[in-house]
Write a protein that binds this ligand. Structure first.
Ligand code: GTP
Ligand code: MG
Length: 217
């Protein structure tokens, strides 16, 4: 659901303390699959065809309104290049959700998905939620990974699957919103079963007892 907070005001969003939950999310995957483009499309609704490879790590903040809750997203955009791996994996801790991205026109990026999934298992919180995203689905003529292969791999890994395009703005918002919903569902499950909320979650101190015990997303 859209709201006044769901507009493109990144600076205001970053300082905005008016939220119910804060989720830390990471975008990972090989270099050039479109991680930065995906984030820019989502946060700023912009796209450039120039490739400026990310150095280390960067983040943007966006607040979304889901099921009557304001959820502040801190979205970390990691460098895909191998030489930054030590830096980027240090940020996996405390992340509640990952977008694991490959490029449907690049077989290496797809073959690397398993390794990226292993990195998540190794460095992140056990219950982190992961969506597999086949980006650049606008490049149908250059496609080398059939959607079915992506879907099958996602199933094997236990992730949900989307194809998307940062360039054509296909499924970008949907992917983020689904990740937020999946995290909320998981939170509700854990809260119903008793344990404390995951460490990457921030709740406002003034939330009512009911809100503290149930995300209701
Ligand atoms: P690293 O920062 O090196 O890890 O790469 P990255 O994954 O952040 O890739 P980036 O977003 O910089 O995009 C790489 C190139 O792919 C750029 O030239 C983008 O314009 C292009 N690109 C990104 N998304 C899409 C898309 O959906 N479709 C098409 N056709 N091109 C895209
Ligand atoms: Mg980048």
């Amino acid at each position: 659901m859209a709201s006044a907070n769901d507009t493109h005001q990144p600076q205001k969003d970053a300082a905005d303390q008016n939220f119910d939950y804060m989720f830390k999310l990471l975008i990972i995957g090989n270099s050039s699959v479109g991680k930065t483009s995906f984030l820019f499309r989502y946060a700023d609704d912009s796209f450039t065809s120039a490739f400026v490879s990310t150095v280390g790590i960067d983040f943007k903040v966006k607040t979304v309104y889901r099921n009557e809750k304001r959820v502040k997203l801190q979205i970390w955009d990691t460098a895909g290049q191998e030489r930054y791996r030590t830096i980027t994996t240090a940020y996996y801790r405390g992340a509640m959700g990952f977008l694991l991205m490959y490029d449907i026109s690049n077989v290496d990026s797809f073959n690397a998905v398993q390794d990226w999934a292993t990195q998540i298992k190794t460095y992140s919180w056990d219950n982190a939620q992961v969506l597999l995203v086949g980006n650049k689905c606008d490049l149908e003529d250059d496609r080398v990974i059939p959607a079915e292969d992506g879907r099958r791999l996602a199933e094997e890994l236990g992730f949900e699957f989307f194809e998307a395009s940062a360039k054509e703005n296909i499924n970008v918002k949907q992917v983020f919103e689904r990740l937020v919903d999946v995290i909320c569902e998981k939170m509700n499950e854990s809260l119903e079963n008793g344990p404390v909320p995951p460490s990457g979650t921030t709740q406002l101190n003034d939330a009512s007892p009911k809100e503290q015990s149930n995300c209701s997303c």
